[in-house]
Design a protein around this ligand. Structure first.
Ligand code: ATP
Ligand code: MG
Length: 162
């Protein structure tokens, strides 16, 4: 299944992180899985950037899926909105050929990533600035089965990318 417009390359390494509820814990879970996957693929050098980028993209998906009516003292960021009987989910996929790493984050939320011009006093609006700064390419495409995929390409190793 093609998740993003960046998939035209041949990706011998693919790791799908199973769909998970769009709870506030999702970014931490994904960071952990990204680190361990890159360790297993023996490209740990990109790990810090990959964890940060994945975390920002997943945080955005979680925020976009939060139901404001559920905000309370226990859930200051709210809970994921419902999709039928289930909470809304997100999914992440990592792909690599040893030279580049593709991070894809799927979510069913309305809207799309739009870089904001955060001023010095703004507390938010910097996530996508960081993602763009760390990635070779960054984009968002509708997914064939619904929802959208926000993706970015990172350099996974030193030297030119073939
Ligand atoms: N997956 C998404 N679905 C819908 N809208 C999104 C998504 N990702 C980002 N956006 C939109 O793009 C805006 C900019 O995202 P960005 O990550 O740069 O800032 P932020 O999330 O508002 O703040 P910060 O990341 O600094 O906490 C968001 O405020 C949101 O409106
Ligand atoms: Mg953000």
């Amino acid at each position: 299944m093609t998740m993003s417009g960046a998939a035209a390359r041949d990706w011998p390494l693919t790791s799908a992180i199973p769909e998970m509820g769009a709870y506030v814990h999702a970014p931490a879970t994904v960071r952990w899985q990204v680190r361990e996957t890159l360790r297993a693929w023996e490209i740990p050098g990109v790990s810090d950037s990959a964890e940060l980028v994945a975390s920002e993209l997943v945080s955005n998906s979680v925020a976009a899926l939060a139901d404001p009516d559920t905000v309370d003292a226990e859930h200051p960021a709210g809970l994921p909105r419902m999709a039928g009987d289930s909470v809304a989910t997100i999914a992440v996929r990592l792909r690599s050929d040893g030279h580049l790493l593709l991070i894809e984050v799927w979510d069913p939320a309305d809207g799309k990533p739009e870089r904001r011009d955060a001023g010095p006093d703004d507390e938010s609006g910097r996530g996508l600035v960081i993602v763009e700064a760390l990635s070779e390419r960054f984009g968002c495409d509708p997914h064939e089965a619904g929802g959208k995929v926000t993706w970015c390409l990172l350099r996974a190793g030193a030297g030119p990318v073939p």
